[in-house]
Design a protein around this ligand. Structure first.
Ligand SMILES: NC(=O)C1=CN([C@@H]2O[C@H](COP(=O)(O)OP(=O)(O)OC[C@H]3O[C@@H](n4cnc5c(N)ncnc54)[C@H](OP(=O)(O)O)[C@@H]3O)[C@@H](O)[C@H]2O)C=CC1
Ligand SMILES: CC(=O)C(=O)O
Ligand SMILES: [Mg+2]
Length: 758
């Protein structure tokens, strides 16, 4: 895209449809007169009086605890310089947006017309009661240092100058990892820091804490190298003044191992890069234009580890990875400060996260096949959903341990759950499922492990400890793919076609033949069939060499279900299997059946489907409330389908009077308790939240589940096969990595449940 086009697009984005990027949204009901008597006068007086009695109550009755002020005077806006408070507002609104989307923190952006240090401090102090935390932004050095120091001293809420400490934390985490990749020793590295402002000084101080040596650092400002013999140095610049006989950036760069740019755009040349030591680390962090263009740097040196502050290149070293999560952790324990211990905890948590395998959704957002720790991935990506539950706990813990937390966390598991919920990071049901899978790890065969996405799913199952994967497929291919995606776990790999597996094929073949010899299979045919991965995998489960099976990614559903039915017995009392999808909707989880197997189930089939689906809901820890759906309500029409549903309902009412099942009923009545109570107060579903929907036929069930997936973007687990005697689960063709991981967790829990019921 041309520069003028980019400019136009950026302006349009900010102007339309509404000017700006954030707004205030009420969080309480305001629909009726009664609501307003609570929200405003007279009801509002009650919390006022409670707070007047005890100031701490402000956290209980107002949004203070989750509200951060992003405050600037516009004196160092990005690398644009002193452009004033009005012109800084888009950046401050942007920070507000990032606080909200990444950490669910609300922000008022405040642009202050005050360059005088005292006036600025007084302003911030005067408005501080509104906020749970203060994020100072884009205030130039040296004023920024005093402003932050005094506000920290004088306020009892966390105050952080983002450009100093946010940047320091992120760049220190990236630096730690880059150094690890180059296998160098931080104590011996020569640093050039270009810029001696708020960001540069604080970053360099933190690198010292990581082990960098002051004598190995050369810092430059707009006048060149900061030498001890220079006049009028600020105390911060004097901290890093060198006695080396160096004058220019050009000279300083010779043989440097690390370049840290926190100055302005395009001040580093390719020649300077070429003069650096082997495997140089270059963080050109000026925004929006880095000290040297990313592509130019990469083209100049192939041995470079290169990072910028921008999102359009690998290795974005930008404080966006820090401030949302640092404040989240600090607010959640009501920390009075953001101290060194909290900062270091954040550095290590961020650096460690970059080494863990990356969730598929991050690969998708960044259009990558597989992000793995290395030169082009030294630091997590801002859209990594794990940041919200990995970083704030580390910060909260450090705050507690260092004695600055007024409300320490006691239940860490619950805290992580809350963090996940804030970000909408997976639903509660999925997390519950994953936790249960972890509690008793099962052996899960992935029958198509030589497909990249299947292998990625197996990797997550292994690394998130959801189960012990067994990989089936071409060994050489699996090993190559494993190396590509950084799947280093030592997991068993079987290729059913090779001589290595002859013994198993023979054994499985015989066992299979014993069951099928009177159904037209010969022994040699049976043994030959075991070369086929789905037969081999199913027999592993039958012969107790695995606990559960996941397959179906690469082949159409019916062609995989068929052999499964041939190989795996049905559950006792089941004549037909069925399938169910768990949809994670905005209204909560809902089980839908039968979504993929029985085209036109009879009344008897519907009874069985209802029972099997109810059992699945119980496996998820839910009490099933079942609506048997139709276009008709309790006898309002008399077609063949509505009669069939009535017959099924009546059978269930007679034989299972305690089950919460009713129908036939239309979907809107089933899902709207008020409508149901008004029209059909006699229904067993009255006062219940319906969470199981049984459909009259495959068409209606299948259409509904696919519509919900597409239109509502509802996450789905399934189709889950119901009625087999083993935890064997067939995926939809081309299922996503997340869907496979969830299915594997479900298969594991299914296996646990069967073990318990034995
Ligand atoms: N990637 C990230 O997350 C972040 C990036 N930054 C970037 O860092 C830069 C500085 O920000 P900040 O510290 O807040 O601002 P400050 O105004 O506090 O500091 C700017 C510093 O840059 C120096 N400088 C200006 N021009 C040059 C030059 N040609 N060569 C060497 N040094 C120069 C100034 O020198 P002097 O002291 O002589 O005036 C000053 O020391 C900006 O580009 C900003 O976008 C900042 C925070 C976060
Ligand atoms: C990223 C940031 O805060 C800056 O460039 O100022
Ligand atoms: Mg900034």
């Amino acid at each position: 895209m041309s520069d003028s086009r980019k400019r136009h697009e950026a302006l349009l984005y900010h102007a339309k449809p509404k000017p700006g990027k954030i707004e205030v949204v009420p969080t309480k009901k305001y629909a009726t007169q009664h609501d307003l008597t609570l929200a405003y006068s007279p009801g509002v007086a009650e919390p006022c009086l409670e707070i007047a009695k005890d100031k701490n109550n402000v956290y209980k009755y107002t949004s203070k605890g989750n509200l951060v002020a992003v405050i600037s005077n516009g004196t160092a806006v990005l690398g644009l310089g002193d452009i004033g408070p009005d012109a800084s507002k888009p950046v401050m609104e942007g920070k507000g947006l990032l606080f909200k989307i990444f950490a669910d923190i609300d922000v008022f952006d405040i642009e202050v017309d005050a360059t005088d240090v005292d006036k600025f401090i007084e302003t911030v102090k005067a408005i501080a009661p509104t906020f749970g935390g203060i994020n100072l932004e884009d205030i130039k050095a040296p004023e920024a240092f005093e402003i932050e120091r005094r506000l920290k001293e004088e306020l009892n809420i966390p105050v952080m100058h983002d450009d100093q400490h946010g940047t320091a934390i992120i760049s220190a985490a990236a630096l730690k990892n880059a150094i690890e990749i180059t296998e160098k020793d931080i104590t011996k590295l020569n640093f050039v820091v270009n810029g001696a402002g708020a960001a540069a000084i604080s970053c360099t101080r933190l690198y010292l804490e990581l082990g960098a040596k002051r004598e190995n650092i050369v810092m430059c400002d707009s006048k060149g190298v900061i030498r001890k013999d220079r006049d009028n140095l600020t105390s911060q610049k004097a901290e890093f003044a060198t006695s080396k006989d160096l004058h220019t950036l050009d000279e300083a760069m010779q043989n440097a191992d690390v370049f840290i740019g926190l100055s302005m755009g395009n001040v580093v040349t390719p020649e300077m890069l070429l003069s650096m030591a082997k495997n140089p680390i270059v963080f050109a962090m000026a925004n929006p234009v880095p000290e040297i263009d990313y592509d130019l740097a990469i083209a100049t040196r192939s041995d470079i580890i290169m990072a910028t502050g921008r999102s359009d290149h690998p290795n974005q070293v930008n404080n966006v990875l820090g401030f949302p999560f640092i404040f989240r952790g600090a607010l959640d324990v009501r920390a009075t400060k953001i101290n060194e211990a909290m900062k270091l905890a954040a550095v290590h948590a961020l650096a460690d996260l970059a080494k863990k395998s990356v969730p598929e959704q991050v690969n998708i957002v960044y259009d990558e096949v597989s992000l793995t720790f290395g030169k082009e991935y030294i630091i997590p990506k801002p859209f990594d959903p794990r940041l919200i539950y990995e970083i704030p706990p580390a910060i909260a813990k450090a705050a507690i341990d260092s004695g600055v937390a007024l409300e320490p966390i006691e239940d860490w598991e619950r805290y992580r759950e809350e963090l996940m919920e804030r970000s909408g990071s997976g639903s509660k049901e999925i997390r519950l499922l994953h936790n249960r899978a972890k509690s008793n790890k099962k052996r899960i065969v992935f029958a198509e492990a030589d497909h990249l996405d299947v292998l990625k799913a197996a990797q997550r199952v292994h690394e998130e400890r959801l189960g012990n994967p067994i990989l089936l497929g071409r060994k050489d291919l699996i090993l190559a793919l494993k190396a590509e995606i950084g799947f280093t776990g030592d997991v068993p790999i079987f290729d059913p076609k090779t001589d290595e597996e002859k013994e198993r094929r023979e054994r499985f073949g015989e066992a299979y033949w014993k069951n099928r010899q009177r159904k037209g299979r010969t022994l040699s045919e049976a043994k030959k069939l075991m070369r086929e991965r789905n037969y081999f995998a199913a027999m592993m489960v039958n012969e107790n060499e695995a606990d559960a099976l996941i397959t179906g990614y690469s082949r159409p559903y019916p062609t995989v279900v068929k052999p499964m039915l041939e190989l795996i017995e049905k559950d006792k009392g089941i004549s037909r299997i069925a399938a169910c999808n768990l949809m994670l909707t905005k209204q909560g989880p809902i089980f839908l059946a039968d979504t993929t197997i029985n085209i036109n189930p009879s009344a008897k089939d519907l009874v069985k489907i209802t029972q099997m689906t109810s059992n699945l809901a119980k496996m998820f820890g839910m009490k099933p409330n079942v609506a048997m759906l139709s276009f008709s309500n309790f006898g309002s029409s008399n077609t063949e389908t509505s009669r069939k549903i009535r017959e099924a309902v009546s059978y269930i009412h007679r034989h299972f009077p305690n089950a919460t099942v009713d129908g036939e009923i239309q979907a809107d009545f089933a899902l709207n308790p008020e409508m149901l109570a008004k029209e059909f107060p006699f229904s067993k579903l009255n006062g219940k939240k319906v969470n199981v929907l049984i459909f009259p036929n495959l068409e209606s069930a299948n259409i509904t589940y696919k519509l919900l997936k597409q239109v509502e973007s509802a996450e789905s687990i399934g189709p889950v096969i119901l009625g087999l005697s083993k935890p064997v689960h067939v995926l939809q063709l081309g299922a996503s990595v997340d869907e496979m991981v969830n299915m594997a967790a479900l298969a594991a829990v299914d296996a646990q449940q069967r073990e318990k019921n034995k």
